[in-house]
Design a protein around this ligand. Structure first.
Ligand code: NAD
Length: 298
């Protein structure tokens, strides 16, 4: 069993790190937020007041941070992971970030003598709690193989996607498809309601029909349909509008760089921005369903 330092103990990091504890690893955690550290302690993570202390004796470092700028802040600089972690530690960035930042971190890791992989995940907080996430690992063969072994207690599937940054590329495209499916569920749920359909009857039909999707099974924006949906909890975030706007923005930027037309993604990006403009940035991204209703009531 290994000593694992975990940085970023939020919605995903807390349940993921708890699964490493359950598997017998010694997990040392750090987060800027004290409530996040308190939640992680409940899962058996030992927390520390500074990242420096959390990194002591690390054999593996896993980061689960919001955006590329946070990964840069945590890895680079005088007080960063590259400066403070033991040189033989394997470094795993599971945050969803832009490919360019991931590639920069790979380069900086190599210069500092570290084995590093980008390893974003799919599966939401329900998959994080159940230990069934899909890991998309970009990087060289040997660190990718070592990372696959470490993440196994948190994973349903681990895929080595190829060279540095390809894990992020796969994740960005996957999430773009997820958010387009979420918009489809949003429009579908409101139209079904306005056509007088019982929501449970319609959800059950769609879930075994061609309208099915992961978004329908997991995030359907109507209370009482699917256990893991934020709709059951007044749209308190399982995946915040801020993070969804970030991810769809990464897809749009990648589309611009590669000259690909992404009209559906652009429309969903506008929906997330509307939530943010309304002061609902911290609510769940599935609240975009309200924009399908003429009066905003769902
Ligand atoms: P979150 O905002 O709940 O958690 C991120 C945590 O990072 C916060 O607790 C924050 O305090 C901490 N943090 C930020 N800067 C830090 C720093 N410098 N040092 C230490 N801690 C720092 O976000 P989340 O929902 O857990 O998502 C994390 C990442 O996983 C994001 O990139 C997201 O896109 C991705 N993701 C999220 C989901 C989901 O369903 N929530 C699913 C798959 C992937």
């Amino acid at each position: 069993m290994s000593t694992v330092t975990w940085i970023g103990l939020g919605h995903m990091g807390a349940p993921m790190s708890a699964n490493l504890v359950k598997a017998g690893h010694d997990v040392r955690g750090f987060d800027l937020s004290e409530p996040a550290m308190a939640a992680a302690r409940e899962g058996g993570v030992q927390t520390f007041a500074t990242m420096k202390e959390a990194l002591e004796g690390a054999e593996v470092v896993i980061t689960m941070l919001p955006k590329g700028e946070h990964s840069r802040a945590v890895y680079l600089g005088e007080d960063g992971v590259f400066a403070l972690a033991p040189k033989d530690a394997l470094l795993v960035d599971s945050s969803t970030i832009d490919v360019a930042t991931a590639e920069d971190l790979h380069r900086a890791a190599a210069e500092a003598g570290f084995a590093f992989v980008d390893a974003p995940v799919s599966g939401g907080i329900s998959g994080a709690a159940a230990g069934t996430l899909t890991f998309m690992i970009g990087g060289e063969e040997d660190p990718a193989r070592r990372a696959a072994t470490v993440v196994e207690p948190m994973a349903g599937r681990v895929v080595h996607t190829g060279a540095a940054g390809t894990g992020q590329a796969a994740k960005i495209v996957n999430n773009m498809m997820l958010f387009i499916c979420l918009e489809a569920c949003s429009e579908g749920s409101v139209l079904a309601d306005r056509l007088g359909l019982d929501p449970k009857v319609f959800w059950e039909i769609a879930s075994v029909s061609s309208g099915n999707s992961w978004a329908l099974q997991t995030w359907y924006p109507v209370p009482g349909m699917t256990e893991s949906a934020a709709a059951n909890n007044n749209f308190d975030a399982t995946f915040s509008a801020t993070l969804a706007a970030k991810d769809i923005g990464l897809a749009l930027a990648a589309g611009e760089q590669t000259d690909v037309n992404l009209p559906a993604a652009r429309l969903v990006a506008e929906r997330f921005q509307e939530l943010i403009d309304e002061g609902l940035a911290d609510k769940d991204c599935s609240l975009i369903a309200k924009y399908a209703a003429p009066d905003g009531t769902i």
